[in-house]
Design a protein around this ligand. Structure first.
Ligand code: NI
Length: 166
C-alpha cells in the first residue's frame, strides 16, 4: 500500500500532456494501485497520474462502489447540451465550483488486463471521466470555468491554503 503525495496546483506536471503506457505492464499496475490507495486515503472519487507526479495516460474513477481504471483513454464523442454541476479536484483542496460538461460521452480505453473498451457513459460517470481525462491532456477544471468563476475559485483555493499553512 503506497499513498503518494498529491501534486497541488500550480505545478508543471499538471499542465503537461501525458504519454501512453503499456496497459498490462508491471509499472502500470503499480501506478494503478498507488492511484487507488492515494485516492481512497484522500476520500476522492477520481484521480489521474499527473496528480501523483507521473506524466502517464492513466486515471481512475470510483462510483457506486465500482472502480473504473482507464488506461490510455480517449473521448470519441461528446453528446447533449453541456450541464453545470459542482466539481472538486484533489489538486485544488477546498474548491467546489460548477463546471459545464457534456451529459453523455463515448470513450475508449484499455483495462489493466489489456482489454479494449469502447462505451458510452452518462451522468456522474460522464462528468468524472471528462474531468480525469482532461488531467491527462494537461487541462484543469479551472480551464473549463468562466473567467469570473475561475477568479473566485482561485481566491477560495488560496484562502484554503493560507488557513491550512497557519
Ligand atoms: Ni482533478
Amino acid at each position: 500500500m503506497t499513498i503518494r503525495d498529491l501534486v497541488l496546483y500550480p505545478n508543471d506536471v499538471l499542465i503537461q500532456p501525458t504519454i501512453e503506457v503499456e496497459a498490462t505492464s508491471e509499472d502500470t499496475h503499480a501506478l494503478v494501485q498507488d492511484l487507488v490507495d492515494t485516492m481512497h486515503n484522500a476520500k476522492g472519487v477520481g484521480l489521474a497520474a499527473p496528480q501523483v507526479g507521473e506524466s502517464k495516460r492513466v486515471c481512475i474513477v470510483e462510483f457506486e462502489d465500482e472502480l473504473h481504471v482507464l488506461v490510455n483513454p480517449r473521448i470519441l464523442e461528446w453528446e447533449g447540451t453541456p450541464e453545470a454541476d459542482e466539481e472538486g479536484c484533489l489538486s485544488f483542496p477546498g474548491v467546489y465550483t460548477p463546471v459545464e460538461r457534456s451529459p453523455k460521452i463515448r470513450v475508449k480505453y484499455q483495462t489493466p488486463e489489456g482489454d479494449d473498451i469502447d462505451r458510452e457513459v452518462e451522468g456522474f460517470l460522464a462528468r468524472a471521466f471528462q474531468h480525469e481525462i482532461d488531467h491527462l491532456n494537461g487541462v484543469l477544471f479551472i480551464d473549463r470555468m468562466s473567467a469570473l468563476r475561475k477568479r473566485m475559485a482561485l481566491k477560495k483555493y488560496r484562502k484554503f491554503l493560507n488557513r491550512r499553512n497557519k
